[in-house]
Design a binder for this molecule. Structure first.
Ligand SMILES: Nc1ncnc2c1ncn2[C@@H]1O[C@H](COP(=O)(O)OP(=O)(O)OP(=O)(O)O)[C@@H](O)[C@H]1O
Length: 249
């Protein structure tokens, strides 16, 4: 059997005295959308930072069976790990096509681009990615001219350009209305159907339940439940973790 596209074992992150992630074992296979949920401050973004190499961690991170946990962020990117960021990260002065291609120049800017978002390699068919996401008609426009929903989709499209096997989406649907969120969800599912693994962090339980095959729940940095969306949302420990939160699962 093939190893999962993404696997962590014992992933642990300390920020001073704070254990932001404790012994996280998680896997995501080709074709899967895996959710990572939990109350505010549970450690979800820390997990993405640790997997992609933006924060130091203990434990292992593997991509398709290959250890990447000693690699720098841009090397992990080359190994197939791509992420989006909580804050919008599109270049407002570039067109949609340029944002997805981000050829980068030489020197520090290029390295920064590689670390943050990766870079389409020569031969990548940027237009094919744009077409997948229905972005070809707006390819020559600037992101600021698009709806927020479309801008979020450009962010995902850009993370996919380049050899991406695993994509980690950190609250990609924040700020979207119900219809935009549902449309966004269909694109995320389509990404998984291409044989990639998707890790989705989101507070929108409707979206999570609609598109995730499996869900992990974090609380105080540790996994307290995992299973299908239905299983975890019915789990008493999960409901207790969310007690007092407005984000009722
Ligand atoms: N750079 C940092 N330095 C110190 N502590 C940090 C740092 N980043 C996060 N933390 C702490 O680690 C814990 C986990 O934070 P994290 O942002 O990963 O949670 P989260 O689940 O993504 O939260 P949210 O849903 O609010 O985005 C919190 O206690 C947070 O205050």
């Amino acid at each position: 059997m093939n190893p999962p596209l993404l696997a962590t074992e014992g992933l642990t992150v300390h920020y001073g005295g704070v254990r932001a992630n404790t012994d996280i074992d998680l896997h995501a296979g080709a074709g899967e959308v895996v959710g990572l949920i939990g109350p505010n401050g549970a450690g979800k973004t820390t997990f993405v930072d640790a997997v992609t190499g933006f924060t130091p961690s203990h434990g292992t991170v593997s991509v398709a069976g290959r250890r990447v946990d000693r690699l720098a962020p841009h090397q992990r990117r080359r190994a197939g790990l791509a992420r989006t960021w909580q804050a919008g990260e599109l270049f407002t002065d570039l067109t949609v096509r340029q944002n997805v291609a981000v050829a980068g120049g030489r020197g520090p800017l290029r390295n920064l681009c590689n670390d943050l978002i990766g870079r389409a390699e020569p031969g990548d068919d940027v237009d094919a990615v744009l077409e997948t996401f229905g972005l070809l008609p707006v390819a020559d426009r600037r992101p600021g001219k698009l709806s927020l929903g479309r801008q979020k989709i450009v962010g995902v499209a850009r993370a996919l350009a380049g050899a991406t096997r695993v994509i980690l989406l950190d609250e990609p649907a924040a700020g979207l209305d119900t219809d935009e969120s549902a449309e966004f969800g269909t694109h995320v599912r389509a990404v998984a159907e291409t044989g990639r693994a998707v890790l989705l962090i989101d507070h929108d339980m409707t979206l999570v339940a609609a598109i995730c095959d499996r869900v992990y729940v974090l609380d105080y940095g540790a996994v307290i439940a995992s299973g299908t969306p239905g299983e975890v949302l019915a789990d008493p420990a999960v409901r207790t973790a969310y007690l007092g939160s407005e984000l009722v699962p």
